[in-house]
Design a protein around this ligand. Structure first.
Ligand code: S3P
Length: 167
């Protein structure tokens, strides 16, 4: 799907916000894989994690990633852990131009520290959790990325302009 765009990166990197704006600019249909999972189940992600565990969520996520990456003219904001499964990475790579929205653990933490909607952040030391997730996942984001965009300090408009210039 050549003109599709897929955003990957950790929680708080700005995938949903940037994705929505970029989709409008490029006239693509915007999908957020987390939102699609929630719409299909009729419950929130924390509820899915509570009832089915992370494994249950990953099954649902895999199904949604497979379907969304097969659609034409789309911009997909993926959940931060979608790169964990080999099959998802294959679908993401084949699905279009992949942009890794990259920020440091400290920058991500500033954005999501008050957010209660991310079950993986409900730990005794969320900052350390983010560092660990970033360390484990950075190679996977790099593996699928066609383009790497820093999103730590920049304003949304600047990021959008930079992405647009590089596409
Ligand atoms: C997750 C990230 C979340 C959501 C779920 C698990 C992760 O998406 O899919 O809470 O494993 O990093 P966002 O990256 O959109 O927050």
């Amino acid at each position: 799907m050549q003109n599709n765009i897929i955003l990957v990166g950790l929680m708080g990197a700005g995938k949903s916000t940037i994705g929505r704006h970029l989709a409008r600019r490029l006239n693509l249909t915007f999908y957020d894989s987390d939102k699609v999972v929630e719409e299909r189940t009729g419950v929130s992600i924390p509820t899915i994690f509570a009832v089915e565990g992370e494994a249950g969520f990953r099954e649902r996520e895999e199904q949604v990633i497979a379907e969304l990456t097969a659609l034409p003219n789309t911009l997909i904001a993926t959940g931060g852990g979608s790169v964990l499964r080999d099959i998802n990475r294959e679908h993401i790579k084949a699905g279009g131009t992949v942009i890794y929205l990259r920020a440091s653990a400290e920058q991500l933490f500033q954005r999501i520290r008050h957010d209660k909607t991310r079950p993986l952040m409900q730990t005794a030391n969320p900052m350390q959790t983010l560092r660990d997730l970033l360390k484990a996942r950075e190679p996977l984001y790099m593996e699928v990325a066609d383009l790497i965009m820093p999103t730590g300090k920049q304003k949304v408009n600047v990021i959008l302009r930079d992405i647009h210039a590089k596409l």
